[in-house]
Write a protein that binds this ligand. Sequence first.
Ligand SMILES: Cc1ncc(COP(=O)(O)O)c(C=O)c1O
Length: 375
Amino acid sequence: MKRYLLTPGPTPVPEDIALLMAKPMIHHRTSEFKNIFAETVQLAKSIFQTRNDVVIFASSGSGAMEAAVSNVLNENEKAITINAGKFGERWTKLVRAFGANPIELSYEYGDYAKPEDIKKVLDNNGDVKAVYIQASETSTATYHPIDEIGLMLKEYYPDVLFVVDGITAYGAIDVKTDDWGIDIAITGSQKALMLPPGLSLLAISDKAKDKIKNTKNRYYYFDILGEIDAGAGKFTPAVSLVIGLNGAFKRLLDEGLENVFRRHALLSKATQEACKALGLELLSRRPANSLTAAYAPQNIDSSKIIGIMRDYGVEISNGQGHLKGKIFRIAHLGYFDKADILMGISTLEIALRKLGVNAAFGEGIKRAMEIFADE
Ligand SMILES: Cc1ncc(COP(=O)(O)O)c(C=O)c1O
């Protein structure tokens, strides 16, 4: 069966990138690889929209999240964690795991963080060292206003570090790392970067580096400053993935970042509008352009929709936590184009009809086609 991956990670890998990674192995201490690594770091700065240092770890995205806590916070230091979904909750768990004190600001799933709420916590806690947040909270398909939050921090709390997990944002959504004062920006390979899982990346400001120098928490492998000093990897880098990353960055820059962001916005609009035309309610109050989350119709378990779509070779994602069985999530980040959305929406419609939801049959795909045809 032909398979279609419409999940928010891993995402489809373009053939040219897969072929780059299939080349014979080279040694990681050769000048050939060191040059590729150095170039990849420079390309990463363009994708992050930053002048800051970039570190690449051989780990899934959570490895970079862990480094952004273990390297930065001393035991008992306070940090604000924004929990508006499963990945925000991970920040709280990580801060706690390293003996620091999370002040968790939680929001209902589907809601987004407000700069004034964060400011209020900071006004009442003079000793907070960092704010940890997602750009796009993948479990709810929500985009936090990180531009507003970053600018608020710059104005009122310039010493507080701003740490943004942009794992489903960078390479899909226009996140301006330096302009918005993001001190630690994080992404991972298996999302908009169109690669298999296995790499995480961080961009680190001088302010964050100064804090790391004065931190005595425990870590060994995830050593941000050690990686910067080492150049092409303190340990054995994931050679093939780094070569693939180099190609993926060039692909994105050849398309042009503005065009990449516009493509994601268009796919997002078509998916959201198609769901609404089918009478489905979106989960998010501030939807991200990287994926769409919608409630299943009343009395229908979203796992059934997902199961029928899988029978057609189309893989989408369930809800996480208490939303499992209630929502489904269709991704449109990375190597995605209009035809992917048309295929995904039409298969969704077939699944709904098979489950007895007939009223708006054909309306979703019609709306998506209109949006693409009239663009
Ligand atoms: C926003 C966000 N943060 C963190 C992660 C965790 O990344 P990983 O599973 O690569 O460790 C994910 C993965 O889906 C994510 O979407």
